[in-house]
Design a protein. Structure first.
Length: 154
């Protein structure tokens, strides 16, 4: 007996996944190129999840621990992150977003929101309504992706 989704639903998942992937790829191309995608993603992760160990950040962002250490050092020198001792375990060092880092994440996110808002405003009303109706599912999809990628919050 076959488990899972029926073929029609599976086909819809593939079609939707393809459209979302294409949209995400185009969004990445529109972003400022003032830092690497891994650096920007790391800042966004810290903004969403709070302070993390370098080893956790390396796993989340899919890079080696030495590569993440270098990346954190560069961002630290730029004033975007800082290292602090974990209050619950003084042996542990956490990477924390600074106000400058948080501001950078907010500005980058706002630029992306505005770019999409401008495109959405060019859609016909019925397509805007369809996107509005799909918003709960899109938000749930984003939450599932974050859980898969970032794991539980510390």
């Amino acid at each position: 007996m076959r488990m899972g989704r029926p073929d029609a639903a599976s086909g819809a998942s593939t079609t939707i996944g393809s459209a979302l992937y294409e949209l995400a790829t185009r969004a990445v191309r529109r972003l400022p190129r003032d830092m690497s995608l891994t650096s920007a993603a790391t800042l966004a992760t810290l903004d969403r999840t709070g302070p993390r160990r370098i080893t956790e950040l390396a796993v989340i962002e899919g890079v080696t621990q030495p590569a993440m250490s270098v990346l954190v050092r560069v961002m630290e020198e730029s004033g975007l992150v800082e290292r602090r001792s974990d209050t619950s375990d003084k042996r542990v060092t956490l990477v924390c977003l600074t106000e400058a880092g948080a501001s950078y994440v907010r500005e980058r996110r706002q630029a992306g929101v505005q770019a999409y808002a401008g495109l959405i405003d060019r859609l016909p009303g019925d397509e805007i309504e369809a996107l509005t109706a799909a918003l709960p599912a899109l938000l749930h999809l984003a939450a599932l992706e974050s859980q898969d990628r970032e794991g539980p919050k510390p």
